[in-house]
Design a protein around this ligand. Sequence first.
Ligand code: GLV
Ligand code: GLV
Length: 271
Amino acid sequence: MLSDKIDGTVMDSAGSNLRGIANFAVGYNNIDLQAAKHRGIQVGNTPGVLTNATADIAVGLILAAGRCFGPAIANVQRFEWRNWEPLMFLGQEFEGKTLGIVGMGRIGHAVAKRMHGGWGMRIVYTARDPKPEAESSFQAIRLELDELLAQSDVVSLHCPLTDQTRNLIGARELGLMKPKAVLVNTARGEVVDQTALADALSQRRIFAAGLDVTTPEPIDRTDRLRSESNCLILPHIGSATEDARNQMAMMAANNLVAAMDGKLMPFGVTK
Ligand code: GLV
Ligand code: GLV
């Protein structure tokens, strides 16, 4: 699972017969690919089948964080709802606003498709290479990260965790965002500097954050983000649909069967 760190020591402890490692996830930052390659061990993942499920969770977090679902639900649960009030739980609207996609891969594309088609959002994005399909389908514009942060009303993270993306969103980057912006992370917790995010949220320097991923997982009991009312946190359920998890299980199993048979994994990770 993505929560299992698989390094060279783990590989060696499995003995010399180990032929394949099948991650039950699309992200594979938990596996030391160099160590696997060095030992002739195949590594596989589960791309594609969780794209829609994860994009839906990102959209849900955009709406839920932007419309204060966290404190609003708590209000009813604590039986504090007294009246309809003109200024109670005021949130943001998204129609016609700008959505910044950090990492226009499969999931980023699916979120852009939803928010452009459904909410008419203008799409800007970062990616290592231009994405012609996003540019033609939703007139997406590729920007440098700083410019994306300055222009976006919603910033949604969809990059893999690598040495280049660790702490990509820190104090400086949060400072570039609009005061009413919503930050959503369905990628990996380590992409965001959580201390800087807690500062930005508590000082209302951004409007809200919606997180499906944290560092560590589960998040520490004492983490300040747990008590910020404008921070909505889910327990890493991006791919948690029956459809996605069944397909992920089949892919992971087929990857292992192939490796056992001495064949190439159908969904191998090459690098
Ligand atoms: C989930 O986070 C995955 O990478 O599949
Ligand atoms: C809200 O419920 C309204 O009727 O404006």
